[in-house]
Design a protein. Structure first.
Ligand code: PRX
Length: 622
């Protein structure tokens, strides 16, 4: 396969930014980032009042568009309803059975307003936290926007996390209200979300109300604190004036895993996030408001926040919301949807592509995928082989295939392959405007092209995380690990054209199907099993998920290894965290390799797993 692909004239001719413009604007954006972002913010969004200062950087704190007032929902909804997109579809929801429901921009605004008024009737005010534990339905987007409309801070928890993981997030964010649904479906099986929320909130006085979306008019018994979503929303006025938010008022908290301790609540604020997600959606996907766009992520993760909800709505696009698994009830479900809805821009994960590729060619070929123009991937490295399959079999060699590297913390795309630029399979691409990305050693010294090192960003960008909820110290670590720069926690290599290849995490974070899990988190979940004395987990490579967990367990005396125990340990992780973190493999060992001071040497386990040299063992205890 060639190591470089050039976009067709058709793609280049309609791209928002040409290659020459990229080079010029990128230089401009680094030379004078404030002038660059000032112009973007003024021309792309509507503000209630302008800012006095574009960037106030007092290391390690930074503020963007200081003093500016806006509401993200005004830009995502009112602006379109006041313009030509009023009756245009904002979302088309497709459930597992293929049943379709849609909502126009005007209808969405009305539903958001009613929901915002309903939240107010429950006592939710600006700054209060609302936790969502919902399926991928239009109401999930409605609730997120309703929070933003009144300045409440949403914290979406992926509805696949366990009751314990949900409780941890509700407690940490001190949420006043939790919103859920009676069920979601996964592979035809109904999952009782309300039951999970019930267990997660048991005895929590901070939670005043639980709002339950009762789907399909099912009978649903409501307990103390529980209210019916439709009942409470239907009573409300369809008018709700958006609260003028300060640029730096928090918009949401989203929990993600780090290498140590409990998940951290990444805080994003209103102004910089609005500007950056709008602009990256427009430029990176080359999204026009007549496009049909489909990002397959769930709003339970950052990709769903930025590129299902806020970015595409800000542009005024029509997006698909598809509930359920990629290959259920049939392996060509996604290709059928692309053909039926004439999807132009399709953004997904390498895991999904690996899964669908494995089902085989015969599921792709019957479908007319000619509407596609831009394909994108996110969340994990994509191998050249998988890139090639996606490009040839789905894009038919005609579409542009862009990779996008970014993180929960970055809020938006950081390293990308813009549609009009040459694409290098397996290489994330070049930094977006204003992003001064570099590859350095542990001291922060810039490495030469071709050398592997730590990926850092030298200056704050508009949608950078502002803090970690209740944990400023953890925030500061991002900017102090290598003093003065943002350390991403990834290993990377820069080539002589300035393209950056992401190798993987440099820390103790495992990436399973594009979802982060800290080794410490997984180990502490396994450690709660009464038979476990000690445990160490490492990542092993996995054909579909990219990485999976392999756990080495030392049992307490009196317990002996068995398949039943192995399954119990797996179930323990499911109940502490969620299914996605369940170890692929559990091996019982008599001891773990440790240093003389008692620290587990995971690198020895990793080297053994990959068949590499275990390196210096002089500090090993035994
Ligand atoms: O290791 C990188 C990997 O995912 C991490 C961020 O995970 P999360 O915060 O959950 O956000 C995922 C979606 C934005 C990164 O530190 N990662 C993300 N995108 C890529 C990637 N690795 C390689 N290539 C990518 N395109």
């Amino acid at each position: 396969m060639p190591d470089i692909f050039f976009p067709s004239d058709a793609i280049k001719n309609q791209a928002h930014i040409t290659e020459d413009e990229y080079n010029r604007l990128y230089a401009e954006s680094l030379g004078d980032p404030e002038a660059f972002w000032d112009r973007v913010a003024r021309t792309e969004l509507e503000w209630f009042s302008p800012w006095e200062m574009v960037l106030d950087w007092q290391y390690p704190q930074y503020k963007w568009f200081v003093g500016g007032k806006l509401n993200i929902t005004h830009n995502c909804l009112d602006r379109h309803v006041n313009g030509i997109n009023k009756y245009k579809k904002a979302f088309i929801h497709i459930d597992e059975e293929g049943v379709e429901t849609s909502v126009t921009y005007m209808e969405l605004l009305e539903r958001v307003n009613r929901c915002a008024n309903a939240l107010r009737s429950l006592g939710v005010a600006k700054g209060d936290r609302v936790v969502l534990y919902m399926p991928l339905v239009i109401e999930q987007v409605v609730v997120m926007l309703a929070c933003a409309r009144i300045g409440a801070v949403h914290s979406v928890v992926f509805a696949g996390l366990s009751d314990k993981a949900l409780r941890e997030r509700i407690v940490d964010s001190e949420a006043k209200v939790v919103i859920t649904a009676n069920w979601t479906k996964r592979r035809g099986k109904k999952i009782d979300l309300k039951g999970v929320v019930g267990r997660a909130t048991e005895g929590l006085d901070t939670v005043q109300s639980i709002v339950v979306l009762v789907r399909d008019g099912d009978a649903c018994e409501l307990h103390t604190k529980e209210v019916n979503f439709d009942d409470i929303v239907a009573k409300q006025s369809a008018v709700c004036v958006p609260v003028p938010m300060d640029s730096e008022d928090p918009l949401f908290v989203l929990y993600t895993s780090g290498s140590t301790g409990k998940p951290k609540g990444i805080v994003h604020t209103t102004g910089g996030y609005s500007v950056y997600t709008h602009y990256t959606t427009k430029i990176v996907f080359d999204l026009k408001d007549n496009d049909t766009y489909w990002c397959t992520a769930d709003p339970g993760w950052i990709t769903g926040h930025s590129y299902v909800v806020y970015g595409p709505l800000s542009i005024g696009a029509t997006s698909l919301l598809v509930e359920g698994a990629p290959d259920y009830p049939k392996p060509d479900r996604w290709w059928e949807i692309i053909a039926k809805y004439h999807v132009n821009i399709f953004y997904t994960s390498p895991t999904a592509i690996r899964l669908l590729r494995k089902h085989g060619e015969q599921y792709v070929s019957p479908h007319d995928l000619s509407s596609l123009r831009v394909l994108g991937t996110v969340g994990e490295p994509i191998s050249e082989e998988v890139w090639g399959w996606f490009y040839e079999r789905i894009g038919k060699g005609r579409c542009v295939l862009i990779d996008t590297w970014w993180q929960t913390e970055t809020g938006g795309h950081m390293i990308v392959s813009l549609p009009s630029l040459p694409q290098k399979p397996g290489i994330a691409g070049r930094p977006f405007f204003g992003i001064e990305a570099d590859v350095v050693d542990v001291q922060g010294t810039r490495l030469r092209d071709g050398e592997k090192g730590l990926l850092v960003i030298r200056k704050p960008w508009p949608s950078a995380l502002r803090t970690c909820w209740n944990d400023e110290e953890r925030f500061e670590q991002y900017w102090s690990e290598i003093k003065g720069v943002y350390c991403a926690g990834d290993l990377a290599i820069r080539d002589s054209d300035g393209y950056i290849k992401i190798i993987g995490r440099s820390d103790d974070v495992i990436n399973i199907s594009g979802h982060r899990i800290g080794t410490a988190e997984a180990e502490s979940a396994i450690g709660t099993h009464p038979a476990v004395a000690e445990v160490a987990v490492i990542a092993k490579s996995h054909e579909i998920k990219g990485q999976a967990i392999k756990a080495f367990v030392v049992l307490k005396s009196g317990h002996s290894e068995s398949d039943q125990l192995r399954n119990e340990i797996k179930l323990q992780v499911k109940s502490e965290i969620g299914s996605y973190a369940v170890p692929e493999e559990v091996v019982f060992v008599p001891t773990l390799p440790k240093t003389r001071s008692g620290k587990i040497m995971r690198r020895v386990l990793r080297a053994q797993e990959s068949g590499e040299d275990v390196g210096d063992l002089s500090t090993i205890e035994d």
